[in-house]
Design a protein around this ligand. Structure first.
Ligand code: G3P
Ligand code: MG
Length: 256
């Protein structure tokens, strides 16, 4: 199965979660490089804002788990954040690996013809601002995409936060959006359509034949996070879903 789908959905079926799952420090360029070395052509990452409004990669609101910093990341400037070590927590081989700005990741993806799923992961209370700033930055950065023989798709913006997606839509309506769901709560399909999304990204265990059919009949692509076992992956493909976000870049070949 080829990795690149049709024009309407120009994304590979396999997406490396946070760069390379747990095999490298999440959301760093080192992780992207490792995921790419396993053949992955699309990456998911979490993006939030520094105190001075720079979009950068970090999953948690706080720095403690994945860097040598402490406290709320949104209280530090990018200059301060960029001097932290985001690799030692993972393993000595990655000591000194810095946090990544969205700009650095965009340049890496564009230079290597890789696709990106930017999960807008706002620090609580900054949903709309983060959606606006990330969408504007993404539009500016991908406008520099080389127009070579291999087209580079626009970044797919996703979020669990409808307010972030609404703001992204208001700022850059041409960028594709996806709603992330942690459950199929009442109204999930209506909310996804109201936000003008092209895809819905659910927890992999929540999809069944009925819900996949509902989404695809409404014109949405159906993606899943975070499927790490062969049985889960087999089930998702047999349901006819369109993409899988995985940590296990070492287990699943994106060529299949
Ligand atoms: O974007 C899919 C997935 O990353 C959502 O969950 O917590 O890993 O960001 P989380
Ligand atoms: Mg994420």
């Amino acid at each position: 199965m080829t990795a690149v789908a049709d024009k309407a959905w120009p994304y590979p079926r396999w997406i490396a979660h946070r760069g390379a799952g747990k095999l490298a420090p999440e959301n760093t360029l080192a992780a992207f490089r490792l995921g790419a070395s396993h053949g992955y052509r699309m990456f998911e990452c979490d993006v939030k804002l520094s105190a001075d409004g720079m979009p950068f990669l970090l999953h948690d609101a706080t720095l403690d788990r994945t860097s040598n910093g402490q406290g709320l990341a949104a209280q530090l400037s990018w200059d301060e954040l960029s001097r932290l070590d985001a690799g030692s927590w993972h393993s000595p081989a990655y000591a000194g690996e810095p946090l990544a700005s969205l700009e650095a990741v965009a340049h890496y993806c564009l230079a290597n013809t890789l696709a990106l799923n930017i999960e807008i992961k706002p620090t609580p209370g900054s949903e709309s601002l983060t959606g606006t700033v990330v969408a504007n930055a993404a539009a500016r950065l991908w406008a520099e995409a080389p127009t070579g023989a291999i087209p580079i798709p626009p970044p797919l913006l996703s979020s669990f936060q409808p307010a972030a997606l609404e703001a992204a839509r208001a700022a850059q309506s041409h960028l594709p959006r996806a709603l992330l769901l942690d459950a199929l709560q009442t109204g999930w399909l209506e909310t996804t359509l109201r936000l003008g999304c092209v895809a819905v990204v659910g927890k992999h265990t929540q999809w069944d034949a009925v819900s996949v059919q509902q989404a695809q009949s409404a014109g949405l692509k159906v993606l899943s996070y975070t499927a790490n076992e062969a049985s889960a992956v087999d089930r998702l493909w047999s349901l006819g879903t369109d993409g899988i976000i995985t940590d296990r870049v070492d287990l699943f070949s994106p060529a299949c």
